[in-house]
Design a protein around this ligand. Structure first.
Ligand code: 5GP
Ligand code: MN
Length: 339
């Protein structure tokens, strides 16, 4: 996004606009934090703004300021489609291609609204008029901060905006520990705290709101953890039966994949979660160093993401998916052992 783009966007937002903000399907902390952060900023400019999510998200995100204004496309389909069709401007946040919004893909593709992308995933599509895409950014929330700052409006950042943006930076950086966390990230986080983000309370709301069954499910996942030492890989499986046994709710498996990566010497970690309703195995992949799970996921599991964090899916059974994963590992052994 260059100076010219910023000048044009400033001009565009100078008059009242109908604006829709959309994150990816199964929104996470960065998706909800960035869309709501931008929402709170844009309503200050008197625009008519709606955040539309493709589907539901974990309850540990439902305390964020503005949560009650969020519309869900899978439930309020008609209302959402009308808003999208009538929108002047659509911001697409925290994803790189329309298919990442699931069933919203068609209505977004057909929309004639001006599109502004803010995103940090690899290989962005080129549907947007204005594109702020940077794979080196820790999070889309960090980018929304830069976006507001580039518009010369950092003084407009209040405690609501700061709280939302803090959430996404914290969750996408694994609480400021992943490699994508830079000194700039920390400077922005410091400013967000100054603007009213209560860092301790936010951490508490996101990470310390577990219930007993979720911890039991984590115990089950850790029991299922397997290690393949020659490939420096660890993986976890969770079957539909296991999820049901512990009364699984959306978000309960968030972060579980990272336990594999916490083992000494492990470079690649995976979790395979059976989803009978969607008829797929949902896969999360994490890595250390230069080993790209984005590439592995693109090549074998219809997915993508970042170098060190990616997702994907498989239409095979849980067992067959794990077998496929194990069978492709030897071709990566050299790269995994070079780390
Ligand atoms: P997670 O494993 O937490 O679902 O996702 C890790 C990262 O990969 C996130 O940034 C997420 O947006 C991205 N991601 C997850 N699933 C997919 C997918 O199916 N396709 C692509 N392109 N990215 C994905
Ligand atoms: Mn993100």
């Amino acid at each position: 996004m260059n100076k010219q783009d910023i000048t044009s966007i400033k001009q565009l937002l100078y008059t009242k606009k109908k604006i829709v903000i959309v994150p990816h399907k199964n929104p996470d902390g960065d998706a909800i934090g960035s869309t709501l952060g931008l929402f709170h900023y844009l309503i200050k400019g008197n625009h008519n703004v709606h955040v539309i999510v493709p589907n539901d998200y974990p309850s540990f995100l439902k305390w964020l300021p503005g949560n009650d204004t969020i519309l869900k496309h899978d439930i309020q389909t008609k209302e959402c489609n009308t808003l999208i069709k009538e929108a002047d401007v659509i911001f697409t946040l925290d994803f790189n291609a329309f298919h990442r919004t699931g069933n919203m893909e068609t209505v977004l593709t057909e929309s004639s609204a001006l599109k502004i992308m803010i995103d940090h995933h690899q290989a962005p599509d080129d549907y947007a008029t204005y594109m702020f895409s940077d794979v080196n950014m820790s999070s889309t929330c960090e980018m929304v901060y830069h976006f507001i700052d580039m518009l010369g409006d950092s003084n407009a950042i209040d405690s609501n905006i700061a709280t939302c943006l803090y959430v996404g930076i914290m969750t996408d950086t694994g609480s400021f520990r992943f490699r994508s966390t830079t000194s700039t990230t920390h400077k922005i986080v410091a400013k967000l705290i100054e603007k009213g983000a209560d860092n301790s309370e936010i951490h508490n709301n996101i990470y310390d709101s577990n219930n007993y069954e979720r911890l039991q499910l984590l115990g089950c996942a850790l029991t299922n953890l397997r290690v393949i030492p020659e490939s420096r890989t660890a993986y976890i499986t969770l079957s539909q039966n296991e999820l049901q046994k512990y009364n699984y709710k959306k978000g309960d498996t968030e972060g579980v994949v990272n336990y594999g990566l916490s083992l000494d010497g492990i470079v690649l970690a995976a979790i395979f979660i059976e989803d009978k309703k969607e008829g797929i195995i949902k896969i999360s992949l994490r890595s250390k160093g230069d080993f790209s799970v984005n590439e592995l996921s693109r090549a074998h599991f219809e997915g993508g993401g970042h170098i060190n964090a990616a997702g994907g899916k498989s239409h095979l059974s849980l067992n067959d998916t794990v077998e496929k994963f194990i069978s492709i590992l030897p071709s990566y052994n050299k790269a995994l052992n070079d780390e």
